[in-house]
Design a protein around this ligand. Structure first.
Ligand code: FES
Ligand code: FES
Length: 154
């Protein structure tokens, strides 16, 4: 079946089978920032934004996003012009293996769009469903708060 979506503002048509997950279709189409972690909705590695809301691509069938706008971390910034969240993650040492990072960044991005001045508790809550095996979370939370502060100033 044909699915029409926008991915990172670009109109895309996918040919998918009825049971195919959004995660698999995105990866097949080259959006390799969308990671397979658990495949069961537990880890957040596959987080994407669907119409601006952070959602698990492993829990969505491709057919469920017909007509929707999907954002992956490829749209956030570039190596030459990183998003303030990406800069803060690097500066705070919030990236180690990086497997969780795209999902963390998108969950944080969605938070800051809704709540530009989050408390530490707000950040913890927004990232609650995104697991990291490496950083111990403290640096990730610091990075989100630092980015929020800088974005508030600019
Ligand atoms: S791969 Fe989707 S939540 Fe873990
Ligand atoms: S940096 Fe390795 S899982 Fe988070």
């Amino acid at each position: 079946m044909e699915i029409h979506v926008k991915v990172n503002d670009k109109p895309v048509t996918w040919n998918v089978s009825p049971g195919e997950k959004l995660l698999d279709v995105l990866r097949r189409d080259g959006y390799l920032s969308v990671k397979f972690g658990c495949g069961e909705g537990d880890c957040g590695a596959c987080t994407v934004l669907v119409d601006g809301r952070a959602m698990r691509a492993c829990l969505l069938l491709a057919g469920q996003v017909e007509g929707r706008a999907i954002t992956t971390v490829e749209a956030l910034g570039t190596p030459d012009a990183p998003h303030p969240l990406q800069t803060a993650f690097v500066e705070c040492g919030a990236v180690q293996c990086g497997y969780c990072t795209p999902g963390m960044l998108l969950a944080a991005y969605a938070l800051l769009r809704e709540n530009p001045k989050p408390s530490e508790e707000d950040v913890r809550e927004a990232l609650d469903g995104n697991l990291c095996r490496c950083t111990g979370y403290k640096k990730i939370i610091e990075a989100v708060l630092l980015a929020a502060e800088r974005m508030g100033r600019s």
